[in-house]
Design a binder for this molecule. Structure first.
Ligand code: DGI
Ligand code: FE
Ligand code: FE
Length: 198
């Protein structure tokens, strides 16, 4: 399937509320800019940004129903915190019902909320751009934006670390994939620097 930005933008505009669309367009712009800066494919980044939250406004009950039907439940926490399912549900729908066949975009959409160990560059980009798009406003957001601009891997690690702290402070359960993503990114960066104190 040829990637057509206008078609995906229209799709997002059709299924999302005004507020969520604004966020979505912010993610798409910021992801595209970061992709250009880091030598990644800006078109893929924009497309992934445009569709990442496509299932976000489906009721949680229906997200759970789809996730069961499509075998997307892998952890008990998926059912305990079903709002983490909108990425995998959107990716499955885009692949099987919409014909989107780019594996990097599908992975970036599926893993944009929790990450996963072994994330590729586009997955990191969408995970991080989602947290730091221009509409986001929290004390550390400018620091995270600059980190991402300086170094995508280090910036993504800082984003996952921020999410872990935010969840802990709010006494919310940490999904195993968030923890595993954090440990994986730390390990990869230690290997990159030759350090062995993981
Ligand atoms: O869909 P968005 O709001 O744009 O952003 P998102 O897909 O990153 O979802 C953000 C929500 O996901 C936010 O409320 C925190 C939550 N989240 C991310 N990682 C975890 C998590 N929630 C729990 N309980 N555990 C996690 O590890
Ligand atoms: Fe999301
Ligand atoms: Fe989002």
């Amino acid at each position: 399937m040829k990637l057509q930005v206008e078609v995906l933008r229209d799709l997002a505009a059709r299924v999302l509320s005004k507020e969520r669309l604004k966020h979505t367009l912010g993610v798409a712009d910021w992801a595209e800019r970061l992709a250009q800066h880091h030598g990644l494919d800006p078109l893929k980044a924009r497309c992934a940004g445009l569709v990442h939250d496509l299932a976000k406004e489906v009721s949680l009950n229906n997200q759970l129903r789809y996730a069961r039907r499509w075998n997307l439940l892998h952890y008990p926490e998926d059912e305990q915190s079903p709002y983490v399912l909108h990425g995998p549900v959107a990716a499955y729908w885009l692949e099987h019902h919409y014909g989107l066949d780019d594996p990097e975009i599908l992975a970036a959409v599926a893993n944009h909320t929790l990450g996963r160990p072994g994330m590729g560059k586009l997955e990191m980009l969408i995970y991080s751009a989602d947290l730091t798009e221009p509409e986001r406003d929290f004390p550390k957001v400018d620091f995270l934006r600059q980190s991402l601009y300086d170094d995508l891997e280090k910036g993504t690690l800082a984003c996952v670390e921020h999410t872990l702290i935010y969840l802990r402070e709010g006494k919310r359960p940490i999904h195993p994939l968030t923890q595993l993503t954090y440990e994986d990114l730390r390990r990869r960066q230690n290997i990159g620097t030759g350090s062995n104190n993981a």
